[in-house]
Design a protein around this ligand. Sequence first.
Ligand SMILES: [Fe+2]
Ligand SMILES: [Fe+2]
Length: 331
Amino acid sequence: MSSETANQKVDQKVIDELERVLVNADKKTHLSLRYRALFSLNALGKKGDSRAIDAVYSAFGDDSELLKHEMAYVLGQSGQKYAVEPLTKVLNDLNQQVMVRHEAAEALGALGFPEALPVLQKYYKEDPLVPIKETCDLAINRICWKNGLERKNEVISTSEYDDVIDPAPPLPDATAADVSAEVKKLRSELIDQKLPLFYRYRVMFRLRNIGTEEAVEALTDGFQDPSALFKHEVAFVFGQLTSPKAIPSLVKVLEDKSEAPMVRHEAAEALGGIATAECIPVLEKYAKDDVRVVAESCIVALDMIKYEQSGEMEYAYVPKAGGKVPLENEE
Ligand SMILES: [Fe+2]
Ligand SMILES: [Fe+2]
């Protein structure tokens, strides 16, 4: 089915209902349900339905840093040029919390349209917040890479993570077959602060794609970095890898109250992704953390675990009226 036919299939009533839940119009909707509505809108946005993108944008007046950062992420994964404008507005809005603006900048990088370069360059040069500066740096580099020629000469194997657009592509495949030697080299590059951040991100994603126990260990070193942004991405990658080997370092990060909220938040989400029995009590404990974004991350992570265990078809909110929302993997 073409994406146009898919768009037409969705009744306006469905969009309205999802927007109502996401925006929390009745002020009684639980965060987990709002998250699910967002994931339904994500599926529609990816199919090119601009009404879904507008619906997501309409919720940026909310005060939940967690929900809004996820909204920005969703817009970045939509692949739609239509999302550049709302994301630019979010990045320009200095009243938005740091994680929200960070995610808006990253999303502009994920979309990869050169039209976003001026705003990214502006905040790369003048933003006083380090995570914003660093994110803009990465996004600029990703857009240049995506639209550049060198990319054509790079051989990057497909991986199971290809349905998500990363803030940087993995490094190209190694020419030699010795994986252990490659991981060793990558391990030292990962923590080498003299190397450009974009390159070190590429190292990180290459290590993720290699995915051996040795690669997981190498990634753990990334938590020694001084950059909160870098550490939060390491935690994100662990959530994708779902390796139980990463649990001790993730718990340590979540427990460390001196760690930046963005890093603790991502550690909580990663533990939710790994979801073994030992992750649950930790998440339950920090669901009461006094840092709101950390507490909410644990609540949402626990809901996702509940969904995983329930055997439900899709992590999404399905409106009662107006017909079926197409699932993300449905063509
Ligand atoms: Fe992020
Ligand atoms: Fe996040």
